[in-house]
Design a protein around this ligand. Structure first.
Ligand SMILES: Cc1cc2nc3c(=O)[nH]c(=O)nc-3n(C[C@H](O)[C@H](O)[C@H](O)COP(=O)(O)OP(=O)(O)OC[C@H]3O[C@@H](n4cnc5c(N)ncnc54)[C@H](O)[C@@H]3O)c2cc1C
Length: 460
């Protein structure tokens, strides 16, 4: 395993650190290239898309470029929840897009979770996958009332048995957390090790013929005589089709004004404990190893790792004034809040030590709804806005984008997020930053209102 401090210095996640030494593929050498498909970004979206194109049609040359090592982005540093939450909340999707589209989105997400599970099982991937379900919990009566409404909506738009509702006492049987007032249990979800998983996706994509170049940053995109022309430091690549899978970095691509305004990065942070002792496990009675999210607006997410630790993330978020900088990897205050929240939830772990801390960025757009869009004609395809709920979504999106690249009309390509109406980010750093701060402030205010006396919960 690499040295811990070295890994922290490189802004690696716990999963990347724990994975051990990794040998990146060579960067793309300088020169001129021609390809059928060029994918920029080697996370779940880009690698899945490359694999699926190769699987369907081996005659295409598919090149994938990543500015860093594959999985350096959110795909190698997330919570690993293979989950069905679309956008922020089903209620918001309902309000903005109506019931039919909310139902369709939920069905897509359920399909996405199954797609990931099937891939892991059929390819026997070393992703430490556990299909143990998820609990969405409320800490106060106000939150529980809202959670019950979410449950009713989800039950109405999905097949029976997709969700169950537990009261506080029922939840307590599954987790010794004294503060839970109610929970939604969703059995058909799971957790994975994101770094192991993304590296398995690389192997699969290469097996289908994709050429993957790491540490190769794209610095410009243009069009010339109907072809997409992509520029790196030393190379020029002409591609018939271009897939932009750069997620939270998309605003940095020098291309059209559209691409720089489709989304903006928001930072989320995570910590992981040292391994728990048998006594500690017994004291919290986490029965069933299900993952846990709360239904706060600034959500916390918490799960068990295969190596016997607990990781928790979320709570406050990071917003950069200049979103081109992409440099908010660390936040000591948010990490300390996460530790306090973990110990508040599971008081018997009051003296557990934190082993590792990291951060990562997610792609957020104005209406907080995932989007797959085109730049100019249909030869440049991008995917953004998967927020913190992209583990399953981005992988099925990768399959969907493969269909678009191969110009196939499928049930996936009819999904309404494809070429949907989108609202551009406000122009300029100041407006964008103030807008994001305003939204974050409003979310915080709802939590403050719903949590009442709990706002002092961390005070000893
Ligand atoms: C801390 C954290 C926790 C999360 N937890 C969960 C969770 O539990 N469940 C869930 O569903 N979702 C979660 N998410 C969200 C989820 O991880 C993402 O939605 C998903 O991984 C995005 O995948 P992607 O392939 O689209 O993008 P990414 O994995 O971000 O990949 C984008 C890639 O593009 C590359 N790139 C950027 N610019 C360039 C350039 N100019 N040239 C070449 N390459 C470039 C980057 O290096 C990067 O590798 C979390 C995210 C974070 C950060």
């Amino acid at each position: 395993m690499p040295e811990l401090n070295e890994a922290i210095k490189k802004d690696h996640s716990f999963w990347q650190y724990k994975y051990g030494d990794y040998s990146a593929n060579a960067a793309l050498p300088g020169g001129c290239y021609e390809t059928d498909v060029l994918v920029i970004g080697a996370g779940y979206t880009g690698l899945t898309c490359a694999r699926e194109i190769g699987k369907d049609d081996k005659t295409n040359r598919v090149m994938v470029l990543d500015a860093n090592e594959i999985g350096f982005g959110a795909s190698g540093r997330n919570g690993g929840f293979n989950m069905t939450l679309f956008g922020v909340e089903p209620e918001l999707t309902l309000m903005r897009w109506g019931k039919d589209k909310t139902r369709e989105a939920q069905a897509y997400m359920q399909k996405a979770v199954q797609y990931v599970k099937d891939l892991i099982e059929s390819e026997n991937l070393d992703s430490d996958y556990e299909h143990t379900g998820m609990l969405r919990v409320a800490y106060t009566d106000k939150q529980a009332r809202r959670l019950k409404k979410t449950y009713e909506l989800l039950s109405d738009i999905t097949k029976p048995g997709s969700f169950e509702y537990y009261d506080g006492a029922e939840t307590q049987k599954r987790l010794n957390c004294p503060h839970i007032k109610g929970a939604i249990y969703e059995p058909e979800t799971g957790v994975l090790d994101p770094s192991k998983h993304v590296r398995s996706l690389k192997i699969l994509a290469e097996r289908e013929g994709a050429e993957i170049y790491e540490n190769t940053k794209v610095i410009g995109i243009s069009k010339h005589q109907g072809l997409c022309v992509v520029q790196t430091d030393g190379a020029t690549i002409k591609a018939k089709k271009l897939v932009i899978a750069t997620n939270a970095w998309t605003q940095n691509l020098k291309s059209s004004p559209k691409i720089s305004s489709v989304q903006s990065p928001v930072w989320t942070y995570q910590i992981v404990t040292e391994p728990l002792t048998q006594e500690q496990w017994a004291s919290i009675n986490w029965d069933g190893r299900m993952s846990i999210e709360d239904n706060r607006q600034l959500v916390h997410y918490m799960r068990i790792t295969k190596c016997g630790r607990i990781t928790i993330g979320g709570g406050s978020i990071g917003i950069e004034y200049n979103d081109k900088k992409m440099d908010l990897w660390k936040d000591e205050k948010i990490w300390a809040d996460l530790e306090r929240h973990l110990k508040w939830m599971l008081p018997t772990l009051h003296d557990i030590k934190i082993h590792y801390k990291w951060g990562g960025c997610v792609s957020v757009n104005v209406d907080m709804t995932p989007e797959i869009g085109f730049i100019g004609d249909n030869n440049i395809i991008y995917s953004t806005g998967c927020i913190g709920h992209g583990v399953s979504l981005t992988q099925l999106n990768g399959r969907l984008i493969a269909d678009l690249v191969l110009e196939k009309e499928t049930s996936l390509t009819k999904f309404w997020i494809v070429n949907r109406k989108a609202i551009p980010m406000p122009p300029g750093n100041l407006l964008r930053y103030l807008g994001a701060k305003l939204v974050a402030g409003a979310l915080k205010a709802v939590d403050f209102y719903e949590e009442g006396k709990l706002k002092n919960r961390y005070v000893e």
